[in-house]
Design a binder for this molecule. Structure first.
Ligand code: ZN
Length: 302
């Protein structure tokens, strides 16, 4: 019997609630997950599943929105427990062989890699499934639809299920209780125009609920998606003001962090809630992403 519910699972990343989530979709033969979380939160995942009387052996499908470590790191481990893993075709080679992905993440996070992300095991070929845009996957009587949504990463894929839209990172980062969101503007594939197009695509599908990986289920889908577009526009305005001055990286990181902190405070965020947003979506990473995007796509060569 299909169970028409979706449960947010808090993976308790770095001992914080609401920073990284996965979504549990119970079905007639077990349960599916949207996202695996990183390797470092496998104990958090096990604990969250236990609340529903489940273990990782009950997970039949893992739908990854993209292959960044906070979303996909534990997928190989779950595949070893029996789950089939679904991913955009451009992300698939990195799940089979994560070496290059881990090398590039290592450049960003240095010796904090293990502490933050834990182990990233490869997904065996027989457990790895590539998706097409619009593909429907039956999970024990419940149908999950893939929606390719580039912008945050070229290989980003959102999922629809019964009015829910699992937006991964393309729907931004938000915590319950606020009408405020931020965008993870990470290198190396950030692309603001593609991101806008992806949001228009999601708007046309008229989801009723938005479930971003960072974090929670939001019922105001119309407001949420429009706010992503407004935030993209405000980031562009900020970028066009600041980037022509070519500030050194540390200065740029500080300026962007100040910009977001002022914005967050005016939306009523403070204390622990602001910290959780920073842990889920560090502003320095976004400053690096903006810089790379500017140099690649906006700066006119002299
Ligand atoms: Zn990401």
């Amino acid at each position: 019997m299909a169970n028409q519910t979706v449960h947010p699972l808090d993976l308790n990343f770095q001992g914080r609630e609401r920073a990284i989530g996965a979504y549990l979709i119970p079905h007639s033969q077990g349960a599916a997950l949207v996202e695996s979380g990183p390797g470092s939160t496998i104990p958090g995942l096990q604990k969250a599943l236990a609340q529903y009387g489940l273990t990782t052996a009950d997970i039949t499908h893992v739908f990854l929105t993209h292959i960044h470590l906070d979303h996909a790191g534990a997928a190989g481990w779950l595949a070893q427990q029996g789950a089939q893993v679904y991913v955009h075709p451009v992300g698939a080679p990195h799940m089979l062989n994560p070496e290059k992905l881990l090398h590039s993440a290592g450049r960003l996070y240095g010796d904090r890699m293990d502490m933050l992300w834990g182990e990233f095991l490869p997904v065996p070929a027989e457990k790895l499934n590539t998706l097409e845009d619009g593909q429907e996957v039956d999970t024990g009587g419940r149908t999950v639809t893939a929606v390719f949504t580039p912008g945050h990463a070229e290989h980003h894929c959102a999922y629809l299920l019964e009015g829910y839209c699992f937006t991964g990172d393309v729907g931004g980062v938000r915590i319950p209780g606020y009408q405020y969101l931020r965008l993870p503007l990470v290198p190396p594939e950030l692309h603001l125009e593609k991101w806008e197009d992806s949001i228009h695509k999601l708007q046309a599908l008229k989801p009723g609920k938005i479930a971003p990986t960072h974090f929670g289920i939001f019922e105001d889908a119309g407001w949420h998606l429009q706010s992503v577009l407004d935030t993209l526009a405000s980031v562009r305005t900020w970028m066009e003001e600041v980037m022509p001055g070519d500030p050194p990286l540390e200065e740029l990181r500080q300026k962007f962090s100040d910009f977001l902190e002022a914005e967050g405070r005016s939306a009523g965020l403070e204390g622990e809630d602001l910290e959780v947003l920073m842990i889920a979506n560090p502003t320095w990473v976004s400053a690096d992403g903006i810089r790379r995007y500017w140099r690649k796509h906006c700066q006119t060569s002299l």
